[in-house]
Design a binder for this molecule. Structure first.
Ligand code: IPM
Ligand code: MG
Length: 359
């Protein structure tokens, strides 16, 4: 199979972790007889420095024209004072919107090898943590009007949160379909005791529920959900929620699995061209030190193979290799515990390559 992948290394640890993921993709191609070519794309702070724009239109074009996009991370303190519309993160939001990837899938699954790295009590972890957050990605407060103005002597800032029922319906369907492939439990998370947008959300979910009688739909308020994720995470199978709630809950969900550095994500729209990125940030404090955990990015590459290219054996091969390396007791600093062998980013990449064999 021939595929062209747009590669966004980004800022901070981005270039290091993407470098390892590309080595893993190259090894996969060699093992299974595929041809992956890469188109480099500038986005984020590095694009601001180079082009004065966090995502120049021709860069977005390269992504849209690719078979899928692999992204490291963007942003950092260097660009903290850049005005809102030019911030590195704005590049990422424009990329998501430009690619039309409205459905962001963030798995929270505990690797048994890392169970003791979870901050939760063993009694809670033992019941199992294996759920997916389906986050709406190109609507809501992230894409509403952002305004700062002065009224008299006061500064006022307004961020608009709007959803249409068709936007809710298309992500709701992804929630139901995802649950259908798993344990058939869907939890719709909102704040319908306060927000109109959430009341609309809830009513659309219930309307759709009639079409998916085999999936059990429950509703949960977002504040309660934040609590339930640490109190009893085994109750969840699939959570479907709006953009900002999904952003917040997915960081929480990743942490209970041991480390945010382990969690990949996929973002898809109506086509197979997806955006694949780890859910962590650019970690500028450890950039360039070769100590970052590349596994979230490597697993994102595996998700690309599985969901955009339909190459599930190849994805399994990568995931098996990650498991074998963890079995061997190798850990990057973020997941290292007494008795384990601490390795850097490149060494983790080397180990994963060594363990890749055709299943
Ligand atoms: C994420 C990140 C982004 C988001 C930031 C970098 C804009 O936190 O992917 O979760 O809020 O979506
Ligand atoms: Mg986030």
């Amino acid at each position: 199979m021939k595929k062209n992948i747009a590669v966004i290394r980004g800022d901070g640890i981005g270039p290091e972790i993407v470098g390892q993921a590309l080595r893993v993709l190259d090894r996969t191609a060699a093992l299974y007889g595929h041809e992956f070519t890469y188109t480099e794309v500038d986005m984020g702070g590095c694009a601001i420095d180079k082009w004065g724009d966090p995502l120049p239109p021709e860069m977005l074009q390269k992504c849209v024209a690719s078979d899928s996009v692999l992204l490291g991370a963007v942003g950092g303190p260097k660009w903290n004072d850049v005005p809102g519309p030019k911030r590195p993160e704005k590049g990422l939001l424009r990329l998501r919107a430009g690619m039309g990837v409205y459905s962001n899938n963030r798995p929270a699954k505990i690797w048994p090898q890392l169970a003791s790295a979870s901050p939760l009590k063993p009694a809670i972890v033992e019941k199992g943590i294996d759920f997916i957050i389906v986050r709406e990605l190109i609507g809501g407060i992230y894409f509403g009007k952002h305004e700062t103005m002065t009224e008299g002597s006061e500064k006022i800032a307004v961020d608009e949160l709007r959803y249409s029922d068709s936007e809710i319906e298309r992500i709701g369907r992804i929630g139901f379909e995802t649950a259908r492939k798993r344990r058939r439990k869907l939890c719709s998370v909102e704040k319908s005791n306060v927000l109109d947008s959430s009341r609309l959300w809830k009513s659309v979910m219930h309307r759709l529920s009639a079409e998916y009688p085999d999936v059990e739909l429950t509703d949960m308020l977002v504040d309660n959900c934040a609590m339930q994720i640490v109190k009893n995470p085994s109750q969840f199978d699939v959570i479907v929620t709006e953009n900002m709630f999904g952003d917040i809950l997915s960081d929480e969900a990743s942490m209970i699995t041991g480390s945010i550095g382990m969690i990949p994500s996929s973002s898809l729209g109506e086509t197979s061209c997806g955006l694949y990125e780890p859910i962590h940030g650019s970690a500028p404090d450890i950039a360039g030190m070769d100590i970052a955990n590349p596994i979230g990015t490597i697993l994102s590459a595996a998700m690309m193979l599985r969901y955009s290219f339909d190459l599930s054996d190849e994805a399994d091969c990568i995931e098996r290799a990650v498991g074998a390396v963890l079995d061997g007791g190798y850990r990057t600093a973020d997941i290292c515990e007494p008795g384990c062998r601490k390795v850097g980013c490149t060494e983790m990449g080397n180990l994963i390559l060594e363990h890749m064999t055709k299943g």
